[in-house]
Structures are given as C-alpha cells and as structure tokens.
Design a protein around this ligand. Structure first.
Ligand SMILES: C[S@@+](CC[C@H](N)C(=O)[O-])C[C@H]1O[C@@H](n2cnc3c(N)ncnc32)[C@H](O)[C@@H]1O
Length: 286
C-alpha cells in the first residue's frame, strides 16, 4: 500500500511526514537541511578556537588570559567603543548576539547595563560566565542561535552584535530576529563584513587570481577562505535592504588592520569605500 509523503520545511529543519490514507501520521523523519549542516560546522570551528583566543597566552579562563585578549582587541580595533557606545548603555537592557569571549560584553556590564548574551558555542558561553564571575559582574549568558533568539518580542533597549551574523547561514533571518527583540526606540549596532574591501580583494588575489581561477567570485573566496566555512560579505545596498525600517540608519565602512596588511596606509585612507567592516546603526521606530 502506498502512503502519501509530504515534505515540510519549517525554519531550519526539513520534515518528511508519511501518512496513511485516512491521514493518520505513520512516521515523521527530520532531515537537517544543508544550512543546518553548515551551521554545525560553523559551531565546531568556533568551539575549537573561540574568537580572539589566539591573543591569550596565559592559561585559559584566568584573569590574565582575559586581560591579554582585551588589550589586543582594542589595540587592533580601537574604533569599537565609538560604535558600541558602552557607557550610554548604563541602566539599559542590552542583548549581545555572538558574545565570543565576552570582551565587549563585559564593557556593557561594567558600564552598568543589564546584559544578556548568546553564542552558538558552549566553549564561549562557559568562558564568558567565568569572566563575569572573576569580575563580580551579573549577566545572563546562554548557548543560543541568532537565527532563532530565545527572547520575547521587544525585550531589549539595545541590541549589539560585532562580527557574527555573516557567519550564520541565514544572515537575513538573524537580522530579522535582532529587530524583533529590539524595543521600540531601542538602538541597534551590528558589524558585518563588507563584500567589497581590501581584505576581500587580498583573499581573491590569493585564492582566485594566483590560484588560476580569476573567474572566482568574491563571495566564493570569502565563504571558503575566511574564518568559518560559509562566511558572507555584504554590499551597502544589501545591508540597506536588510535593515530597512530602522530610523536614522547609518552604514559606515571602516578600514581595519586586516585591510592595511594588504595595502598599507592607502587602505586607511580609502576605508570609507573599501573597509572590511560595515557598521550598521539605527533606531527602531516607536
Ligand atoms: C568572529 S567571532 C565574534 C565574537 C565576538 N562578537 C567578538 O567580536 O569577539 C564569531 C562568533 O559568532 C558566533 N556565532 C556564529 N554563528 C552564530 C549563530 N547562529 N548564533 C549565535 N552565535 C553565532 C560564533 O560562535 C563566534 O563566537
């Protein structure tokens, strides 16, 4: 006897439902989609080497370890505080999506914000909990997925995410989630990689042009050769579309030391057009 098989894709999961003639469900199987499988590899990559951990020479999880990572982070990216505006968050409810080792997260907590944070990895979350404890700070840090945030609509006065959402396969969904949990009047600050940047061109020269594949796209070299598999970079037009609906929307490209490795000071001068970081800021309409 033949049974009807229906395939339903809900969120990130594909389910096959085998039903009898009278509609009774005989079996239900769940097959991970390609995006789920990619996300598992992204998780594994960051579990194995939490972001910035290369700068911690002291034993992992010690105060000295976190201090070394913090010092190096703001040497390399001194512009972060200007965009993150840690001090303005005092007394506010703040969500950080993709806390990594929590260096920015603790700045919000030290400034007196009521902080919540998520990361895809157990490793990062455990280390951030240790870090809060070492400093006697309060915060809710959990393993979670940016594509499906475990929070109610309009829960946070500020949503912050630095260098994270281009790593998740469904960036657009993650951005929609960030906007969903932001309270009306709340501030959003997100950094995503730029598709057109000196760093991208450097990666393309190495893995496209010099590897004998000049036809290879910028997106393809980013996905295959920058950090975890599947990394994406966005144009300003794509970002404007993703973040449309925010008031006072600004998208600024920022030259980074990673661009300067390729082009020296010229990269700094042309950072407005070809910087690797695109910083998106805006306010949710009331
Ligand atoms: C480049 S690190 C950035 C971490 C931190 N924001 C920083 O600037 O140091 C990327 C982080 O994004 C996290 N991540 C990737 N995909 C995610 C997802 N779908 N949900 C939550 N976190 C994710 C990774 O686990 C990793 O900690």
């Amino acid at each position: 006897m033949k049974h009807a098989i229906t395939t339903v894709t809900s969120g990130s999961t594909r389910r096959s439902i085998r039903a009898g003639r009278d509609g009774t469900i005989l079996s239900l199987s769940t097959t991970p989609t390609a995006a789920d499988e990619l996300k598992s590899r992204v998780r594994k990559f960051w579990e194995d080497e939490p972001c910035g951990s290369v700068h911690g020479e002291a034993p992992e999880g010690t105060r000295e370890y976190f201090d070394q990572i913090e010092q190096r982070r703001y040497e390399l990216e001194p512009f972060i505080p200007e965009y993150a505006r840690f001090q303005d968050a005092a007394g506010k409810t703040v969500l950080e999506i993709g806390v990594g080792l929590g260096t920015d997260f603790v700045q919000f907590a030290r400034a007196g914000a009521k902080v919540s944070g998520i990361d895809l990895t157990e490793h990062g979350v455990q280390l951030v909990r240790t870090r809060l404890e070492l400093e006697g700070l309060e915060g809710d840090v959990r393993v979670g997925d940016a594509e499906s945030l475990p929070f109610e609509d309009r829960s946070f006065e500020k949503v912050y995410s630095w260098g994270v959402l281009h790593h998740t396969p469904r960036t657009e969904k993650a951005v929609a989630e960030a906007l969903r949990v932001l309270a009306p009047g709340g501030d959003l600050c997100v950094m995503l990689y730029s598709r057109h940047s000196w760093l991208t061109y450097k990666v393309w020269v190495r893995h496209g042009l010099l590897a004998g594949h000049p036809g290879r796209s910028l997106s393809s070299v980013l996905a295959a050769h920058v950090e975890s598999e599947g990394t994406r970079g966005f144009t300003k037009a794509e970002l404007r579309k993703m973040f449309r609906g925010l008031d006072d929307l600004t998208i600024e490209k920022v030259a980074t030391p990673y661009d300067r490795h390729f082009l020296g000071p010229v990269a700094g001068l042309s950072g407005r057009w070809l910087g690797w970081f695109s910083v998106i800021r805006g306010r949710k309409p009331t």
